[in-house]
Ligand binder design. Sequence first.
Ligand code: TMP
Ligand code: ASP
Length: 239
Amino acid sequence: MEKREQLYEGKAKKVYATDDPALCIVSYKDDATAFNGLKKGTIVGKGVVNNHMTNLMMRLLETKGVPTHFVEELSERDTLVKKVKIVPLEVIVRNVSAGSFSKRYGVEEGIVFESPTLEFSYKNDELGDPLLNTYHALALKLATKEEIALIERYAFTVNDVLKEYFLSLGVKLIDFKLEFGKTADGTIVLADEISPDTCRFWDAKTNEKLDKDRFRRDMGGVEDAYKEIFKRVTGGSQT
Ligand code: TMP
Ligand code: ASP
């Protein structure tokens, strides 16, 4: 399958058409942004890590009953996916306080929750992805009630599966962001990526950050963190 015209360029990925109207090619870049594009940079090798890691996670989740957009990895940076219309909701699941949760509610980072939390934000860069609840999402017709219920169910399944998986690699899954899409026949599938850009990963022993917070917070060791998490998910091999 070959790339045809570019359909879209996001902050971290480009999307191309293919000869099959039901399929697209996603191409992962090394570009990194934070704070709604205010901070810009490059994380060398990030696209390769995020492409392969996302695909491994999507395949694992498919086996656990979460439908995804994944079709086939084509190269180091390119993946064939089902063409979807992205539901404009960012779905954030948290197991431990960090980031905007800590800031908003005035609590330290690292508080382990008894049950995971789920929140939505409206995927809209111009508005800065504002937080919203189910009533707001329904009022704005971003999804139906049934779709939102399904998305919540899938998101918690993703959390259960990934939390256990990462713990087996010595990594705590602190929080993450998901995006879902709708195929031409209206099926809701998990889309976008699952990577150190979109998850917080802390080493289980040392709590060392192995994710994009190192870039967001100018902590250094950004590339090494991506390499380390990649090494763990690929078991040291590159395949
Ligand atoms: P937050 O604590 O900044 O709200 O982030 C929660 C999680 O969502 C964290 O794992 C990073 C991820 N995330 C994204 O993937 N994209 C975004 O634009 C933001 C703000 C967070
Ligand atoms: N990638 C997002 C942005 O540039 C935010 C983030 O991941 O912190 O806005």
